[in-house]
Design a protein around this ligand. Structure first.
Ligand SMILES: [Fe+2]
Ligand SMILES: [Fe+2]
Length: 401
């Protein structure tokens, strides 16, 4: 039973063992006859090679009894093998990972052989996004009201009242398990008082950002899967921040929600080059951000940072977007470490994707910096799984998956 590279598979060959994804789930069972769709699935999951029977379906012979099983073809959570948190992450993924809620990954035709186009800077990409990715006026009005020194909760509620849909959504969120307030919040002014103006600002931001990105080619990313990943990352980040006794834990939720938003801008503006970058990432097994820099000239983290700066958002959000994959020149900060770990956890749990087919490498530096209490990964995983359906319903209007 030879191991064959996925790119060298030939239609008609027969897979000799269950092929599992990074979560240990079988994506192609033993005895699957290889066809074009199988190859797409394998590539989408970042599988490099699979064991096949020596012959094609037409003349395949059995007779493998007694032979040792070939190595299983899986993708892994990688990092310092001796670190206990890595083992805990793997165990959680094996026990709690949900079946992928969407197709195994974006499906697109083979990318052209050449990259095409001059390198583009992240600032240019963000500026070109223009109205496509601009925040709605209501956000700036609310921000102005919140920052005004004499504004009361009633004043802020009045501004919010100009957007009935937004006010209604905020009230639904305030009254959901997502916040878990012990009693019913009756009006927007009361929500402002209870939630707090800073947190309310961040919540408004989260709510409006989700409505801004329409028209992304579904071959590149499923929007449902993208926001599921982002919301799950936000919930995990908020939980880590709570356990670390951070003030205003809501900003960690928003930081998680926004960490990959640069991907959407790239997908909107450079769909062809984005396809090439995703293909290089999957087939060449290099990190997505590296492939994006090679093909486009900048990566989704840099574009996210430029966009946050254009939106004049707090520094935390830009910093997290830029460095959630690898730390900046001065190492991880509490923000980047929190989102790095949240991103890794939710990917290990199989909760959506921004198009990345492999997990970021576990950073011991980020783990040590956070100093999380024992059992924090498991508690956070359970929190995310308990709230993700509710979050999708509240923020996206989707039913639980
Ligand atoms: Fe990312
Ligand atoms: Fe991510």
């Amino acid at each position: 039973m030879p191991l064959v590279k996925v790119r060298e598979l030939v239609p008609g060959q027969v897979i000799a063992t269950d092929v599992k994804n990074m979560h240990g789930q079988v994506i192609l069972p033993v005895d699957t006859v290889v066809n074009q769709r199988c190859c797409s699935i394998l590539k989408a999951w970042g599988i490099v090679s699979v064991a096949i029977h020596g012959e094609t379906r037409e003349n395949k012979t059995e007779g493998t009894v007694g032979q040792p099983a070939p190595p299983s073809a899986t993708v892994e959570i990688v990092g310092d093998e001796s670190h206990p948190a890595l083992a805990e992450l793997r165990a959680l993924a094996a026990r709690l990972a949900k079946a992928p809620s969407v197709e195994p990954g974006p499906q697109f035709p083979p990318a052209p052989g050449r990259t095409g186009g001059a390198p583009v800077s992240a600032q240019t990409v963000a500026q070109r996004a223009g109205t496509l990715a601009s925040l709605p006026t209501i956000y700036f009005h609310v921000e102005k009201a919140i920052n005004h020194p004499t504004s009361s909760a009633v004043d802020i509620a009045k501004v919010l009242g100009n957007d009935q849909a937004l006010s209604a959504r905020l009230l639904r969120i305030a009254n959901s398990a997502f916040y878990g307030f012990p009693r019913r919040v009756e009006g927007v002014a009361e929500a402002v008082r209870i939630i707090g103006t800073r947190q309310l600002h961040d919540l408004v931001l989260a709510t409006v950002v989700l409505t801004r990105f329409k028209g992304v080619d579904p071959r590149l990313v499923s929007m449902s899967s993208f926001w599921r990943h982002s919301l799950a990352c936000g919930i995990a980040a908020r939980m880590f921040a709570t356990m670390r006794r951070e003030t205003n834990t809501e900003r960690f939720f928003v930081a998680g929600l926004l960490h990959d938003v640069g991907s959407l801008v790239l997908y909107q503006q450079f769909p062809d080059r984005a396809i090439q970058a995703l293909t290089r990432h999957r087939e060449g097994h290099i990190p997505l951000e590296e492939a994006e820099r090679a093909v486009i000239g900048c990566d989704h983290g840099q574009v996210g940072e430029a966009l946050m700066s254009l939106w004049k958002l707090p520094e935390l959000y830009g910093e997290v977007a830029a460095h959630h994959h690898s730390p900046g020149p001065r190492g991880h900060t509490a923000g980047t470490a929190t989102i790095h770990l949240a991103d890794l956890l939710v990917m290990a749990l199989g909760l959506g994707s921004n198009g990345e087919a492999t997990l970021p490498r576990f950073s011991v530096e980020a783990w040590d910096l956070l100093g999380l209490p024992a059992g924090s990964l498991e508690r956070t995983a359970e929190e995310v799984l308990a709230l993700i359906g509710e979050a999708q319903r509240l923020f996206l209007g989707e039913e639980e998956t």
